[in-house]
Design a protein around this ligand. Structure first.
Ligand SMILES: [Mg+2]
Length: 82
């Protein structure tokens, strides 16, 4: 991974904004007890966030090996039906 290049902040800033919208959508699903509209909004924000993650990956901001190890550990910790 190249670390010494000049970083264009645009994707990182949009990713921060989308992460905030995702967090807000999670809160609204809880506050509205899993309402249909709120679940649709959460689904849209997940799509936005996944897009930003993909774009950050394409621009070399993500170490896939690190991300995959962490994903597996997190799923193992929180999955209910294992
Ligand atoms: Mg959004």
């Amino acid at each position: 991974m190249e670390l010494s290049r000049e970083v264009d902040p645009f994707l990182l800033i949009v990713a921060m904004e989308e992460a905030g919208e995702f967090a807000q959508a999670c809160s609204k699903v809880y506050r509205h007890n899993g309402g249909e509209f709120e679940i649709k909004c959460l689904s849209e924000e997940i799509g936005d966030l996944q897009a930003m993650i993909n774009l950050l990956r394409e621009e070399g901001f993500v170490d896939l090996e690190v991300a995959e190890k962490k994903r597996i550990a997190r799923e193992k910790k929180h999955r209910r039906n294992l």
